[in-house]
Write a protein of this length. Structure first.
Length: 331
């Protein structure tokens, strides 16, 4: 997705801890910020229209963010480069590159940005969701959206969202030069809001319509326990051959239930989630030890075909593993 129009509207650039925290808090939400390294390169860009604001945010370094619970708005995170993981109300979501999430936490939230990650963040006031629900005579859509702490947007739906965001950024830029574009811009804002409402409703409907969904869905507490157990087991055995049956057995779920849980929490199947976990582990090794032999570490983590590994890596992080090594060497 082309975002050069947004890059022309820089709010600030900084290599300072304190300034970064202060300026991001002013724009988005007050938060606690933990830096996982010293390579700070924060950049924040912004567009604002009548109803929506869109930001491009990157920290340069891997960071952990614990915001205050959002008051009166939702944030839509689109992973433009790299990915993030989000723990929201005891649910975990992995938002890989080119995917997005509608984030509406009610109790607590924690976000983890990967190194060199760039997020496009859409801020939508709840009153705009409510207005749209009223205008399309679907008042039930807003309560459904805010009851769900996170709705993943991937696949074909992600392509639709990219189209809307691209149009929004282009029109906002044009509207600065000519009022003739303002009606189209306002129409696009309303279309984005309607799209997000329907995505949230569709995700819930799909989950509820699956055979035996009521019996298979777990309580929030049990879901969190299963996810924690899955993470612990997989992380401890990343260099071992793991099957879907082994993952399901260790989490005390059937393969069908585990598949349902992973799609609900991570937006992908259990084995794709495991592959992404291994890719993250490899990236940490490459960044921490630039002298690492690439093929050896890839093979250690189960990627025997180096070309296919590179494809997976680039799709997930937006760069080749060799490019990660160059960054690590150059600091």
């Amino acid at each position: 997705m082309e975002v050069n129009a947004l890059y022309r509207n820089c709010i600030f650039e900084s290599r300072e801890y304190t300034e970064t925290h202060k300026r991001v808090a002013q724009e988005l939400s007050d938060h606690h910020l933990v830096w996982k390294g010293k390579n700070i390169d924060t950049r924040l860009y912004k567009f604002s229209a009548d109803q929506l604001s869109i930001y491009s945010l990157r920290y340069g370094e891997e960071v952990e963010i614990v915001p205050d619970v959002y008051n009166g708005f939702s944030l839509i995170h689109f992973s433009h480069k790299g990915g993030i993981s989000i723990d929201s109300d005891n649910n975990r979501y992995d938002v890989r590159q080119s995917n997005a999430i509608i984030s509406t936490p009610r109790k607590k939230i924690r976000l983890n940005y990967s190194r060199a990650c760039e997020q496009l963040i859409l801020r939508v006031p709840h009153q705009e969701f409510q207005k749209t629900c009223t205008s399309i005579e679907r008042p039930h859509l807003f309560p459904a959206l805010v009851r769900n702490s996170g709705t993943l947007i991937n696949g074909q739906s992600s392509l639709h969202l990219q189209y809307y965001l691209q149009t929004f950024m282009t029109l906002e830029s044009y509207a600065k030069d000519s009022d003739e574009y303002l009606p189209w811009l306002r129409h696009t804002e309303k279309s984005i809001i309607m799209f997000l409402l329907l995505q949230s409703a569709e995700a819930r409907d799909k989950l509820n319509s699956r055979p035996h969904a009521t019996e298979q869905r777990l309580t929030d507490k049990k879901r969190h326990e299963r996810i924690e157990r899955l993470h612990e087991y997989a992380s401890r055995n990343l260099t071992q051959p793991l099957t879907l049956h082994a993952l399901a057995s260790h989490t005390a779920l059937s393969e069908r239930q585990l598949n349902l849980l992973c799609h609900e929490q991570f937006g992908v199947s259990p084995m794709v989630w495991l592959r992404n976990l291994r890719l993250n582990a490899i990236r940490s090794i490459l960044l921490g030890n630039p002298s690492t032999h690439l093929s050896s570490v890839a093979t250690l983590y189960g990627f025997s075909h180096l070309g296919r590994f590179s494809q997976y890596y680039k799709a997930y992080f937006g760069e080749l593993p060799s490019e990660t090594l160059k960054k690590a060497i150059n600091g």
